[in-house]
Design a protein around this ligand. Sequence first.
Ligand code: PBG
Length: 335
Amino acid sequence: MTRRFAEFPATRTRRLRRTPALRALVREARLSGDDLIWPVFVCDGAGVTQEVASMPGVIRRSVDLTAAAAAEAFAAGIRTICLFPYTDPALKTDLCEEAWNPDNLSNRAIRAIKAEVPGISVMTDVALDPYNAQGHDGIVRDGEILNDESVAALVKMALAQADAGADILGPSDMMDGRIGAMRTALEAAGHQGVTIMSYAAKYASAFYGPFRDAVGASGALKGDKKTYQLDPANAEEGLRCVERDLAEGADMVMVKPGMPYLDICRRVKDRFGCPTFAYQVSGEYAMIRAAAGNGWIDGERAMMESLMAFRRAGCDGVLTYFAPEAAGLIAKGWE
Ligand code: PBG
């Protein structure tokens, strides 16, 4: 029997939007502090904070203050923190030896955070750019970024981070074969429990600009990163990189940048069903902050909407400079 309605509209989708309780009942995606990874910038010294001009609200902290900030973030509901060192230019060399110094800034910060907040997961960046006189993620010879020599250096760097107590290694370099090489070395060194979140689909993006200021790499970089980071026009190639990195032993994968690449997030999740993360990078953060600072958008709402979009697109979590602020709003019952 065909049902007849006397009048249209026959379907009133607005019924389920009528009250906050109904909207909450049918909400599809959820965002919690568990989903947020907080990237932090670490600098030398003690009791030191430095502002990052292109990222209003973001500061570099010395190791002691980073450990204190990690404790505070953990109490506020953030369970993973990701470290990026601001390395003294005097320590940058062509062979990037500081990258695997067991006492470099990043490794000291890992130990300090694990000592202060054992329950927090510490994630690292595995790439040579903070230590490279050339500013690249790999070792450069005669203007060329060498793949296999870079992988050998990255493996040493990853082992030093694992020895320092890192829970999640984040290779962000886009060299070929680094995941397999790191996984083999970690197994051999007794670090079977250390996880790898591969920056598998990382694009050659203009949105990293403020980050390069934050880690002091902008001045050093010669040329661009297009021979190793992905062409923004390519989705299939990104998916092939994800497939390859999972096969080589990555536990989780990342898409980067975030908001302009939500299609890649969705396709990675649908095709591989693996733990999938997005990095809402420095330029995305700066855009929202700048527009909010000028009174052009509501900063809090834009922040929360952007984070929810990652969840809707299939991401398990998001690396975001907004993490502490977002966790604060979530704790207060943000809808
Ligand atoms: C470097 C690295 C970059 C970012 C994270 N790790 C910059 C780059 O690839 O040039 C960018 C993060 C951001 O913009 O917030 N290996």
